[in-house]
Design a protein around this ligand. Structure first.
Ligand code: GCU
Length: 332
């Protein structure tokens, strides 16, 4: 099915000779691909983006959304966005790390002190400039971000009290060098893989653990196999909406403005939805899936990743962004 859809998108790209899946008359239709199911809050926020774009452009700019990883893993859809086979994708900033190193900063453990601080920083125009517009040479630009919550460790059955308990635990991480280094620093055994493979890998025993926000337990069903969730709060990695740079440059100033406004407004609408849904996810995981949530002392986890955090001070690829975020934290 996925191959079939990929073929359709490729054929459309060849036929139109450009980005738009359809650009008949005054209407331009773009493809947006992402990897979450249609009951996931991020999908609903992307539907807001679709609706707002339609409204602002008076029906001239339309989006066709392929959810559920139908068009491929995050890595695959980023590649498709680079070649304009799809125009938009929403991916984790961690997945962008191997395309543009500046994004590795978001996988730095304990970069932010609180969710409030993270949201404030992500809204700063200087931060947006420092990340979003630096990837033109890679074929895409960032348009907005969507909160993807706080990432925590969860295991099938192992108990975690300190990072020492991570020893020998096969832990899934996103395909990101920094995330691999983080699990190594904690003493675990990192296993990078695409999100779509995690459920089966947990079930088959290839993995003992993974790390993510609460909705991974419910919307992605990991709570059926992973029964313990620990509030290590080791990362807040935003989802980024990226767009093919040629498709963007082909838009008029007014059209670009509609895209930016619709995206930004959908990002704002996303936050209360996200908060509500994470609380709901915890309730469902506890009551219906038998997952136990553990508040733990994070200090040993924070201590263990200190050398990795410190390495960012010297990292030229992320220096500008690092200094900006640290400066903002000091100003608080
Ligand atoms: C989050 C994020 C996804 C990402 C996933 C992962 O759920 O929103 O974009 O794919 O984490 O861990 O891979």
């Amino acid at each position: 099915m996925r191959i079939f859809l990929l073929c359709i998108v490729s054929v459309l790209t060849l036929l139109t000779g450009c980005a738009q899946a359809d650009s008949s008359g005054d209407t331009k239709e773009f493809v947006l691909a992402h990897n979450q199911p249609t009951n996931h809050p991020i999908h609903e926020s992307l539907l807001d983006f679709q609706r707002l774009l339609d409204e602002k452009s008076d029906g001239k700019l339309k989006l066709k959304i392929y959810a559920n990883g139908q068009l491929g893993s995050e890595r695959e859809v980023i590649e498709m966005t680079q070649t304009n086979a799809v125009q938009f994708t929403k991916v984790s900033a961690s997945a962008l790390e191997s395309f543009s190193e500046s994004y590795s900063l978001f996988s730095m453990p304990y970069l932010f002190d609180s969710q409030e601080q993270y949201r404030d920083v992500m809204k700063m125009p200087e931060i947006q400039d420092a990340f979003y517009n630096k990837t033109e040479d890679n074929g895409f630009i960032g348009i907005t971000y969507y909160d993807a919550g706080v990432r925590n460790m969860y295991t099938k059955d192992r108990m975690l009290e300190t990072n020492e308990d991570m020893h020998g635990i096969k832990t899934r991480v996103q395909p990101s060098k920094t995330s691999v280094q983080m699990i190594e620093a904690l003493g675990g055994t990192p296993t990078p893989m695409g999100f779509g493979e995690v459920y089966t890998a947990l079930q088959s025993g290839l993995l003992d653990a993974a790390e993510n926000n609460e909705s991974a337990l419910t919307d992605n069903k990991h709570g059926e196999v992973a029964k313990h969730y620990f509030y290590t709060e080791h990362a807040m990695v935003p989802d980024i909406l990226i767009m093919n740079v040629e498709a963007y440059n082909q838009l008029s100033d007014e059209e670009q403005q509609w895209v930016r406004e619709a995206a930004e407004e959908s990002s704002v609408l996303h936050e209360p939805r996200w908060d509500e849904r994470m609380l709901e996810a915890r309730e469902i995981a506890e009551d219906e899936m038998g997952v136990t949530f553990h508040e733990i002392d994070k200090s040993s986890f924070m201590e263990a990743v200190k050398p990795l955090q410190d390495s960012f001070q010297e990292n030229e690829a992320t220096k500008e962004q690092y200094d900006l975020i640290m400066g903002e934290k000091e100003n608080e």
